[in-house]
Design a protein. Sequence first.
Length: 248
Amino acid sequence: MLKKKKLEIIRKWYPNAITTLDSVNKVIDYIEDKLELEPRQVMLADSICSDDVNSIQYPARAMEFLGPFKMGGLDGFPFTGLTGMGAFASHVPDEGAVFIYYGPHIGITKSGVIGEIHRLGQSKNSGCCGAAKGALKKLTEHQIVAGELSELDYQMNTIEQILLAQKERILNAPSPLFEATEVIYEAIDQRIMELVHKTTYNCKYVILAGAILINSDSDMGSFTHIKRFDIINLATNGREDKINYFMV
């Protein structure tokens, strides 16, 4: 299937989506052209879901960066916390930059069904993100108890609590799963901002790319809907919003 046909399917849900490969290419172009750095001077950290499909559909060109350091657990929430952020921040080249790509993921099949993908070798579609769908099911059935966090399922319980805090917004939305993904993105974005604020980086720039990572069927690949693209100049403490760089 031609790329433009794939994008037509994905953009019914996310109008500004581009292929994940194109998003990586655009980031590298920006780093080289505007920041005058090479990818090997950039330490990549991602906070995306630990779902295997994200490893399978991860663009090979991202390997031009150092890393990646993996910050994310279920649905991309940065469960490694302040210790994880500090650890990878200490690995960055002195004259380089850190690049943090973060956000939840969601599936969209080639037939346009949201919340599912057809995985390699399977006869039927399966859920994506399974954690978000599971938490949403419990939310719909009023099975989430406020403040309940178990050591046996801490990450899932955290996702559940995030949804519970926005219960009415999610359940009243035209697509509760789409809205739940937006809610999870906002929680991840807020936590990443907190972690960045509390971390010292001994380099020149911090690059923040917040997104919805969109997986599709095994023959479709993945796509990215960028929601934040900020450049922090650590010498001046200046921060620039460059989201328009990704607008379709």
